[in-house]
Design a protein around this ligand. Sequence first.
Ligand SMILES: [Zn+2]
Length: 239
Amino acid sequence: MSDNGHLSDLQLDQLRIAAKDGKADPGNLRHIESCGSCHQRIEEIEQLAESVRPELAGVLARAEKQAEAHRRDPLGWRIPTMVAAGLCGLALLVILLVPTRSKQPSTEDIRVKGVSTMKVMLPGSGKDPGQVLAVGQRVRVRLSGTPAPRSLILRDVDGTWRMLWPRERDSQARAGDTVELDLDVGEPPGELTLTALFGPKQLTNDTALRLAKALRSNPRASLPKGTKAARRAFQVVAW
Ligand SMILES: [Zn+2]
């Protein structure tokens, strides 16, 4: 915590990264959930990090190559050091650019503002399945971040709405927790949607369902204060 009682930009950036692995400091997460100012800043840092990511991927690929060359030629140590310095520079860039409040339009609905994420993957490879699923296919859904995951709602291909999580026996998630569950894609073919809600407070199932339905007809439907939503839509096909 900084002298002014808020988290510094550096602390926010570290928290953002740690939260993705579920390793964030619980005290700091509680602060983010209750402090509007820090919440806003961590969202801005996240958006900025997203916009810098392609560049970072390039630097990491080069670093990997240099490390490989270094293993073959131990005298080449200077180059990896320079790459490491470059990485530090990028991390600083993320932090230093925040005050400019650059707003990146969100192009995909997988990412939501802040560090809340819904990741959909194939159980074997961990890859994102894209937008087409097959009848009977199995997918894994992972929710994580802050504010805490609250609900995952499925609208099945036959139009039935179902709460996938939490169910009666599930415990509630806290900020930074990761919730993971497997889903079998049923019949018939059609559109299947997943709506994840994240928020500072637990929602009743009725409220969560109502919000998911509202978001389906209007993606900009208003949500309770501090609540965020992530949605994925899939086309289920019969192979
Ligand atoms: Zn604060």
